[in-house]
Design a protein around this ligand. Structure first.
Ligand SMILES: Cc1ncc(COP(=O)(O)O)c(C=O)c1O
Length: 363
């Protein structure tokens, strides 16, 4: 069949769908760098540059049942994650990364023409997931300090509103949403997805509200604090009714046995991992201070493991490209809202030193 023929068969609304732009690969960056330094410094995807717990590697090397499917009912995972989050296992559903859970939640709530309220600039997977299910994204812009505009949100709600998506703290801005605002959003009665991918760095969570609200879903991940981004381990804390719908629609073996082992061992090594989180938080504050010293940059305070920064001299793209030339990857989205902004992940102290020196050279 010709290529044209396939276009006629797929869902028409996906024919021109552009998808999600993921970060650059290490190989790509190494191959094109003009002034390569020793290895690539990857500060574009908010990963944990300290790595995962050594206990994960040890336990994986001893596991001898990779030939068997994992438990589709996620019994051990639910128990472990319930222990970690302080809610009952009936509230927990795990997924292959929290990205996958964002997709599942949209699949559950959003049909063609349904509306989802979004607070840009924010995590682009929200737009991506809504588009996949043919929903309509209703953007309620954040204010000049990147806080959510609750009054405007209330006005934006219609009979078709099925979901509000809130990254807390927000990506890419690092802004936390105060609890009063979360409570006001919950009082609208619309299902609220509070994505807390960076909660271990921010220390603020809405988890304890879940047992009292039928419309609150809190999303978490092991990608950031536990250094397990490549394992793809996300989970949500849901009202039990929503949790059981999600268990029904998820693919059966969506979290691997290897990921379950990684969760178990990370939670055993929680104190060790949280010491690293503390180091990252301290380094975040140092990076913020160093960026602030550069007069043509305006960094924003952050509760996550990255710093959002306005480039006041109009050279955001040049900074991004100049850093790439030096094998340093940061995030530059370049769209209309973010044309003058960069986002820099927090690494180890030596990464801060290298990136600050390079930014000064390029600027
Ligand atoms: C707000 C937010 N949610 C979710 C994710 C994705 O997490 P995961 O690796 O669990 O899919 C990210 C990753 O950058 C994020 O910033």
């Amino acid at each position: 069949m010709s290529k044209d023929g396939i276009v006629n068969l797929i869902r028409p609304e996906l024919a021109n769908f552009t998808g999600y732009t993921a970060g650059k690969s290490l190989e790509e960056v190494e191959a094109s760098a003009r002034f390569p330094i020793n290895g690539v410094i990857k500060l574009d995807a908010n990963e944990n540059l300290y790595g995962c717990s050594p206990k994960v590697m040890e336990a994986l090397s001893k596991y001898d049942s990779f030939n068997l499917y994992p438990d589709s009912g996620q019994r051990e995972l639910k128990r472990l994650l319930a222990g970690y989050t302080g809610v009952g296992p009936e509230h927990i559903v795990a997924s292959s990364g929290s990205d996958q859970m964002i997709g599942l939640i949209n699949q559950l709530f959003v049909g063609p023409g349904d509306e989802v309220i979004n607070f840009p600039p924010t995590f682009d997977i929200f737009r991506f997931a809504v588009a996949l299910y043919n929903g309509r994204l209703v953007d309620v812009l954040r204010d000049e300090n990147y806080n959510v505009d609750v009054a405007a949100t209330r006005k934006a709600i219609t009979k078709k509103t099925k979901l509000i998506v809130l990254a807390n703290p927000n990506n890419p801005t690092g802004t936390p949403t105060p609890r009063e605002d979360i409570l006001e959003l919950l009082d609208t009665g619309v299902p609220l997805l509070a994505d807390e991918a960076y909660v271990e760095f921010s220390g603020e969570t809405a988890t304890n509200l879940v047992p009292n609200y039928k419309n609150l879903m809190v999303l978490r991940t092991f990608s950031k604090w536990a250094g397990l981004a490549s394992f793809r381990i996300g989970y949500g804390i849901f009202p039990p009714e929503i949790a059981s719908y999600l268990m029904n629609i998820k693919m059966p073996y969506s979290v691997s046995a290897a990921s379950t082992i990684a969760v178990r061992e990370s939670l055993k090594d929680r104190d060790f991992l949280m010491e690293r989180v503390k180091k990252i938080v301290a380094e975040r504050e140092r990076l913020y201070g160093e960026l602030k010293k550069i007069e043509w940059l305006k960094p924003y305070p952050s509760k996550a493991n990255f710093i959002f920064c306005k480039v006041l001299n109009g050279r955001a793209r040049q900074i991004y490209e100049g850093l790439l030339d030096r094998c340093i990857i940061i995030r530059y989205a370049g769209n209309h809202l973010l044309k003058d902004f960069i986002r820099i992940g927090v690494g180890k102290p030596e990464h801060t030193d290298i990136v600050i020196k390079a930014i000064r050279e390029i600027g």
